[in-house]
Design a protein. Structure first.
Length: 73
């Protein structure tokens, strides 16, 4: 198969995929999305710990331009 024919086939396939519009079952989608609300909520232990106390712990060691201002010695 020549390059021209191969490119035309690829273009046709890409166009078919781009404009493909399957029939959507909105009722099934609504049931699926509604079912996710019926799951129990996660408890507080599942959440990520609060790291806000460490947020600016090292901010005074660096200038705004990113240079290290710590004294070594």
């Amino acid at each position: 198969m020549g390059r021209g024919r191969q490119k035309a086939k690829a273009t046709k396939q890409a166009r078919d995929i781009k404009y493909y519009s399957p029939n959507t079952d909105y009722a099934a989608l609504q049931r699926e999305l509604g079912a996710s609300n019926s799951h129990p909520h996660h408890d507080a232990n599942d959440l990520e710990p609060d790291y806000s106390e460490y947020e600016d712990k090292y901010a005074d060691q660096f200038d705004d331009d990113g240079e290290d201002t710590r004294q070594t010695g």
